[in-house]
Design a protein around this ligand. Sequence first.
Ligand SMILES: O=C1O[C@H]([C@@H](O)CO)C(O)=C1O
Length: 545
Amino acid sequence: KVRYYKFEVKYEYKSPDCFKKLMITINGKSPGPTIYAQQGDTVVVDLVNSLLTENVAVHWHGIRQIGTPWADGTEGVTQCPIAPGDTFQYRFVVDRPGTYLYHAHYGMQKGSGLYGMIQVALPDNVTEPYYYDYDRNLLLTDWYHKSSYELSVGLNSIPFGWVGEPQSILLGGKGKFNCSTPGTAAGVCNATNPECSPLALTVVPGKTYRLRIGSLTSLSALSFEIEGHNMTVVEADGHNVEPFVVKNLFIYSGETYSVLVKADQDPTRNYWMAAAVVGRNRTTPNGLGIFNYYPNHPSRNPPSIPPAGPAWNDKPPRLAQSLAIKALKGYIHPPPATSDRVIVLLNTQNRINGHVKWSVNNVSFSLPSTPYLIALKHKLLHAFDQTPPPEGYDAAKYDIFVVQNNTNATTSNSLYRLKFNSVVDVILQNANSMNPNNSETHPWHLHGHDFWVLGYGSGKFNISTDPQSYNLVNPIMKNTVPVHPYGWTALRFRADNPGVWAFHCHIESHFFMGMGVVFEEGIEKVGRLPQSIMGCGDSKRFSKP
Ligand SMILES: O=C1O[C@H]([C@@H](O)CO)C(O)=C1O
């Protein structure tokens, strides 16, 4: 079946957290419409760029784009940006059931509100290996009052202007900024604006809900909880997991989870839903919503104090959750026992020509003006740096626990070329940032694939001993995974999807500052590229019919 959507993308004044600012909406809303489809369907989205003076591109996060690498929506990698006034048609098959996301993938536009969720149902007559009465979704985001332009100019300036902590956390696009915060200009914040009434999720007492939770924060790692209720995690990034019960769910930007929640508490009242920042010293108030027991009024505040959330710097429970996620028996995709290539990616923050950057093996990523997919397919080899990026770093000499100068860091748009169908291991190695005693959590997202998560560890990855601890029995497959502070995360994937695929930190500002790499595989197997992706850089000449 074909699922057709028309998305009109434009700027509007909105007050999602009571503070009025320009934001990007889809058909007048943010989050945009949820895309509903069934496994095997073709999704068609006609994206109308009504931003007037701004380009756009939309990425379908978690959809592998098998056979349609040009529909991945990654500006500079798989397509030229969509110019104002243009309509671009995305057409792709959703080949796996589960919970996915979509969001802008052009500059730092995601942070302006261009995002939503994708739900892919099982084929008829196939049921989930768990029971629920109703299916709901919830998108978590963080929210800045400055425009994404102001934020990106700061990041690119000397001296460096950091984006700082967001002003609000939004649940389903709604939050509540305290309008009496000092420095808030008169007239821009209105606490009684109905646009910022809290999100209410209405439940019928006694029923079990499958709650599909996705995070598309620009910066924040979150802990989500529903006051007084346990949640049973059953799905992660579209894969069934061995169920485990949590009181609070840690979720990083780019991840999705399904949890089962039973409305089994006192039905005469409502309960708080709360999302708290973790991993960074939080100054953002917790995002709140109402878990509304029918027939209580959805706007009736719960009688209790909202949950405070866990301490931001309590790391062990976060690592423990990562380690708890295992593929569900009966749904295990066994990984290949060995790999053909191991790429170690050292994540560092450093200064290049006075600019603060993030680098991978001392290379800070920049996008070429001709998208790689077009450059490689049409052999425009001058379009990007042909020097292969480093396979690793000098682990014997590098102390990950201290601030390092990394004076050899450079900016480059080179990419990793993978042998088609080879098995690749990627080790994400975290390190100290430019601030003493600080290492951050980075959620890394791979386009075009699901990867096996083979393991997590603390400290420096040891290539001769740590692989012995890999989980090759029931590892989960995911498309986004955290690398914890001063830790490592080991992934394996098969380079079997012809195309060019970004792999990057899903923190908007970190990717903007260079924290990413690109993989190419099987470019010769990619079919004829559509005209519609052309028109920028050296691809101008192909855009003429
Ligand atoms: O990229 C970043 O820069 C700041 C800080 O390290 C410099 O002010 C921060 O917290 C980041 O994540």
